[in-house]
Design a protein around this ligand. Sequence first.
Ligand SMILES: *[C@@H]1O[C@H](CO)[C@@H](O)[C@H](O)[C@H]1NC(C)=O
Ligand SMILES: *[C@@H]1O[C@H](CO)[C@@H](O)[C@H](O)[C@H]1NC(C)=O
Length: 522
Amino acid sequence: MAINTPLSFSLLSSLTFILLTISSHAFSIEEASICDLQLAFKQNQLTSRKLVEFYIGEINRLNPILKGVMETSPDALFQADKADYERRIKAPGSLAGLHGIPILLKDNIATKDKLNTTAGSFALLGSVVPRDAGIVVKLRKAGAIILGKASLNEWAGFMSVKAPNGFSARGGQGENPYLLSANPCGSSSGSAISVAANLVTVSLGTENDGSILCPSNANSVVGIKPTVGLTSRAGVIPISLRQDTVGPICRTVSDAVYVLDAIVGIDYHDHATQEAAKYIPHGGYKQFLKRHALKGKRLGIVRNPFLSSASESESQAFEHHLQTLSQRGAVLVDRLEIANMDTISTGTAEGTALLAEFKISLNAYLKELVASPVRTLADVIAFNQKFADVENIKEFGQDLFLAAQATNGIGNRENAALSNLAKLTRDGFQKLMCDYNLDALVTPGAGIARVLAIGGFPGINVPAGYDDSGVPFGINFGGLKGSEPKLIEIAYGFEQASKIRKPPTFKALNFTRMLLSSLTDV
Ligand SMILES: *[C@@H]1O[C@H](CO)[C@@H](O)[C@H](O)[C@H]1NC(C)=O
Ligand SMILES: *[C@@H]1O[C@H](CO)[C@@H](O)[C@H](O)[C@H]1NC(C)=O
């Protein structure tokens, strides 16, 4: 056969050589997934040090405008060198899942290192945490490099209803990297902005009601909001343990799943993790990254009220995506309604419960600190009054703090609200899922977040398109407690069939604003 002649052989090998050369030169850190990076490590095209240096360079270049990153860790390069050394001396198969991969943590996640943990507030600057948060212990075990802290809505949005999304006193105003004046949403704004803009490989956010799903939706990234209790909340500055959850924000479903695999599981500092551990599948979540898993999945479509706030392009994209899901074998059960959706949307019962729960949980967090300028919610309120200028109290107030401080534990009012919430969930989302035997509910944007929040249910946001001015929007897959395996199959199937995500172009409608914001905080 011709292929065995010396000429063809040398032609083939030089072709191989050229291809290898091209591929090694074509490797780019931007948009690289965890798998891409690990392959590059293995093929000696990249080291963790080079990776961290790249991100620190990008943070120095872009963060004065984007303000997605609050602090970078002075230890990140040391951790990178350690990872590079381990890669050289250890057997290839023995390295943990996130080995040598940089991650940013929302600034309400405690780290016992040189980084501050402040929820964006000067009141917690200088506080000393007792230990790493439960999920940080797991991340370090999985080999991740803690690159730094991401900005957020101050106090995860629970200080003031007037404060804008993405804003904190310490972090400044986070900007949407697709259109700098567009809403980045929150409260995990910096986590979403930073992965979207390639300032880091992956990040963690937290959600009480919408805080992972909404910024993921607005910044064209994948966010997984896990079932409450699947990931430990110990060492996370809380809103309410009934609704708080920690989850990954990443550029792809597989990256988010690799991070999820690293952070789920029992933590003796958070009792809810023992109960929720029953949901964790043997072998973890990456086995559900299957290309053809949409086949036979029963998907409920709820349009009202989620499509009414959607733009023309978002509505069109949603219809198109439903077709895609159906073509890939999913069974669509269309035009469903969630009972009492109006009542759920007002958030009245939820608000009553959260205000009282917040005071209890925040006081418990502050009490556990080794050292801190503030020890109670009352101290934080007094701090804000004293430093009203730096904490922007004249502009935004601290109405939620004041309302929370006025509560007095879980009394009759709160108990009534809690049973009301349980009933809304039973008659609404849960009944719908069971009556129609659904694997997931599909909704445009992140409007479903409150329905998932009050029941402790999981959801995944996947990029779904961009409107006429380039602002991203997503699609949400929500399910019952512990349904992450199915949600991951559906989200991954959709992502692979649609491949919507594009890196941001940093469009600025208002150059004056951009220039001003880059000058003020450098
Ligand atoms: C933590 O805050 C202190 C006080 O502002 C600051 O000196 C220090 O640099 C911060 N740590 C990091 C890692 O930025
Ligand atoms: C642009 O931003 C500046 C500074 O924030 C503001 O004063 C100005 O009104 C903005 N212009 C437009 C057209 O939005």
